[in-house]
Design a protein around this ligand. Structure first.
Ligand code: SF4
Length: 116
């Protein structure tokens, strides 16, 4: 075997190893992330005392909204019909505006936007 073909063989083997290692690492990452996605409704509930929740006037019941403070609020608006809500059943579900937390399906905040 010539020196050049031996080097090429080593490079090919190294590339194969790196390709296999990266696929393995990707699979391990996917496996570690999947269980948390499967329990999205089990996320901690967003507290009305959370500073961001307070800034957006979040409440767990749309009927409790202070209409003087939020005159554009409608009682028909709630998290379940907001485009940022990602719940798929159950009382609580994830909201894109509050990553890592879940909001009540009957809740509301001033960022509410009707689902299309
Ligand atoms: S953005 Fe929508 S889903 Fe999220 S808390 Fe506000 S009203 Fe609820």
């Amino acid at each position: 075997m010539s020196k050049q073909s031996k080097t090429s063989s080593i490079d090919h083997g190294r590339r194969g190893f790196l390709k296999t290692a990266s696929v393995g690492a990707g699979a391990a990452l996917a496996i570690s992330v999947l269980p948390s996605l499967g329990r999205a409704e089990d996320l901690p509930h967003l507290q009305v005392t959370d500073p961001t929740a307070q800034a957006l006037g979040y409440v767990e019941d749309t009927a409790q909204v202070d209409d003087k403070k939020y005159p554009n609020h409608k009682t028909t608006q709630d998290c379940a019909n907001c485009k940022f809500y990602q719940g798929t059943g159950g009382e609580y579900g994830p909201c894109q505006l509050f990553p890592g937390k879940s909001v009540h399906m009957k809740g509301w905040c001033s960022a509410h936007a009707d689902k299309a």
